[in-house]
Write a new protein. Sequence first.
Lengths: 312, 312
Amino acid sequence: MNKISKLFQIKYPIIQAGMVWASGWRLASAVSNAGGLGLIGAGSMHPAVLRNHIKKFKKASNKPFGVNIPLFYPQLDEIISIIIEEKVPIVFTSAGSPRLWTSILKENDIKVVQVVSSVNFALKSQDAGVDAIVAEGFEAGGHNGREETTTMTLIPMVKAEIDLPIIAAGGIATGGAMLAAIALGADGVQVGSRFVASNEASSHPSFKQEVVRAVEGSTVLTLKEITPVRMLKNSFFQKINSLYQKGTDVEELKLVLGKGRAKRGMFEGDLEEGELEIGQISGLINDILPAAQIVKNLIDEYNQALRLLKRI
Amino acid sequence: MNKISKLFQIKYPIIQAGMVWASGWRLASAVSNAGGLGLIGAGSMHPAVLRNHIKKFKKASNKPFGVNIPLFYPQLDEIISIIIEEKVPIVFTSAGSPRLWTSILKENDIKVVQVVSSVNFALKSQDAGVDAIVAEGFEAGGHNGREETTTMTLIPMVKAEIDLPIIAAGGIATGGAMLAAIALGADGVQVGSRFVASNEASSHPSFKQEVVRAVEGSTVLTLKEITPVRMLKNSFFQKINSLYQKGTDVEELKLVLGKGRAKRGMFEGDLEEGELEIGQISGLINDILPAAQIVKNLIDEYNQALRLLKRI
């Protein structure tokens, strides 16, 4: 049993990423029931909605699960209280300092995992006492780091500095990539884009189809002056891009971005004007599958790829 | 024997990248003699200099070797003639269309490999009749593609579309990363940054030390309006960056870039004003080693990492 399977008491070291507008109780419970670790993404949920998802998860599965919390969340106190009350066993924190909440969560017997995109932040997270690290590369969808370090380079660099279990994220949609991540030194993988294109993701069907249509080069990391985010190059991105072409500033970008773009795109299915967050690996995703099938494929492909490797 | 070892008649499927101001006959012959494939980088050589390097290689080694030619090279006709006259067995072409020279080279019994950074260009290269593809990710040093596709995502996407042998490049400085690249579907690896920090590289000793000092986040892909290039964030980069901050255009960038920046930095050792091209993985390189030791370490680490992999 590997470090990550042991830490979370799961069958396979596969974590389904917490993703805004995609990962509610339905997706998370399907993944946990299939032997991975499902995460409910709190980033797009009001506190009452999150509590509802946690309750529904518990009805759908008795397996371990977690909640992913972006630490810039406005009602963070309330979210943390709900997580403690509902005895959520595992919390993944991202986009903020692990110093703030790690000790409180751990006092309540909650395992804490911090998502980082740099070695520096991995070291800070280790100091803060987290149980594991998600090291997420430049190719990942959604919000991302400023160093632009890719999964291939980030994993061994974090591994060289950190003693904690490491979960690789960014660019992993197949068992071959899972095997690659483990060869690089990771103990498990976090998979995002592949689970967006699942039956159980709460993403809008039109967005899921757009993920299937994506090819190599369809995504871009942009809006670096605000918070870097990887998205499909749709009309909304072209609008941003034309601002960059003519010369722009943070204020103008914020104005054009406005509010609710992510919901509009990924949940309401406005492919033109919405923000469509997804990873580079969407170019390799060609179908929408049940989450349990995705977990099974990852394991089968992993074992198959392993059989093909030979000594040199 | 794997596809790449067979194609080039070498012991290990490790190619030392052709790199401006780093890879002359000394480095190439050390790598070829150690069982990999050494490439002489023609990009920084006048035709007569290249001929001299080829002749010196032949005195230093009777093993297979190649020449890397950036296809924007001004005296391309002359370079190709020299390669044919000197019976260079293998040519790697980059930064230009493979349609131009592939058939002429192949008529002269020369194996042709095209370096690409996108699936589209891999397909065009296959159509042009090349023998193999180098698929180079965003993390690689020096000139790079506009799609910013990382090694982790590019390799399986190229693999899904191309029947030719694939050589992975970008982010590979250890045997663990070599194993990862092969797990992703590559047949061999091209290693650049790690060989810059070798005794035999013709790079300036100060630049080699700077590569050793680099940490995660030390490099950046910049000058995208001209030709995207990954370099260390030194004073010269800060100058470019301040232009970007205030708003700039191609003409101004070209003016500040001027001529001979790469030579100044990497060959003459001007760490302040020179252009210091290197990959993200420089952050993991902590010593300057003999090239033969680098080849041996890659193989030892590869086999060691393979032994650690387990079925799930």
